[in-house]
Ligand binder design. Sequence first.
Ligand SMILES: Cc1cc2nc3c(=O)[nH]c(=O)nc-3n(C[C@H](O)[C@H](O)[C@H](O)COP(=O)(O)OP(=O)(O)OC[C@H]3O[C@@H](n4cnc5c(N)ncnc54)[C@H](O)[C@@H]3O)c2cc1C
Length: 326
Amino acid sequence: MSKDVLVFIECKEGTVRKASLELLSKGKEITEKFSSYLYAVVIGYQIKGIAEGLKSFSDKVIAVDNESLKDYRWDTYMTVLEQLIKKYTPGMVFGASTITGKDMFPRLAARLNGAIISDAVGIDLDGENVRIKKPLFGGKIISWVVCKPGSTSLISFRPNSFSIEKRSLNGELIEETVEAPRDSRLNILSIDKSGSKKVDIQEADFIICGGRGMKGPENFQILEEIADIMGGRVGASRAVVDSKWREYDDQVGKSGKTVSPKLYIGCGVSGALHHTMGMDTSKVIVAINKDPNAPIFQYADYGIVDDLFNILPFLKEELKRAKEEI
Ligand SMILES: Cc1cc2nc3c(=O)[nH]c(=O)nc-3n(C[C@H](O)[C@H](O)[C@H](O)COP(=O)(O)OP(=O)(O)OC[C@H]3O[C@@H](n4cnc5c(N)ncnc54)[C@H](O)[C@@H]3O)c2cc1C
């Protein structure tokens, strides 16, 4: 098996997702060290423009353009990717740990009889070995998993694990035609896009998350205003979503989304394990809670012990002022 890296590109509304560009940036850093190739694989319909744009980030762009691949389905996309992996034999396949990545990568690993490391947050080279950083037990343990040489490893990384480096490569565009029969057991009745908001929560650099301490849905307005100032997103704990104060799309945690923003601010969130499992790899964590013993403070880089209703108006004004000064 080669030391080539193949990145599965995810697109949303005609543009490449930020998480995929992060993977290409990291993939290039690794393939440069190994003097191997970086492949970007983009699957869909009428994706020529997207494929062209990826040439500056990769050595080879493989585009599979077919009307039957217009919308993501695990059966067709997985079959395409499986065939490409068999043909190009990369040592590592990177994908984002998004809903699509989580849906497809484990199935693909089973198809290939290969290894999978999911929800990783880092990668490191130790001589010829590649080590993958993966949190376990809700982030209580950080493990380093060594990819076995000689076989293909599938690795899904949390969005925001790496920074995007703009490159000006001029990769080769390879247009592949791959048969992708549908699995008759899967019938998609409709696609509900009502949950899609300005910034995808998994790719947001800034998240302000409200918990039960917000007291009611009307109080999330100030969180929306702060998120707007920062160009980020409002998140919610499950207690909030279960109370129907916010949509499920906002939920952070084990049964919600795993997020890793540059800055996470938890407001009236207690920090239960099922919540922190989804946000503990945030780069900077700030907690506002009136209970000094709230578990969230064990994860926080900065903690404010106070009533959040005293703090939030002040925080909003300060952020607005700071933003205006930039
Ligand atoms: C299988 C399973 C999966 C789960 N998945 C998730 C998940 O994905 N995401 C998730 O979040 N939870 C999940 N949970 C639920 C989780 O265990 C907690 O119950 C939930 O996270 C608690 O939400 P909370 O912090 O908003 O509420 P609470 O635990 O009730 O905490 C509210 C906090 O607000 C503080 N507070 C109250 N008023 C104020 C005020 N005025 N100012 C400042 N602070 C104030 C309180 O001190 C308290 O710490 C899951 C549970 C199970 C069993």
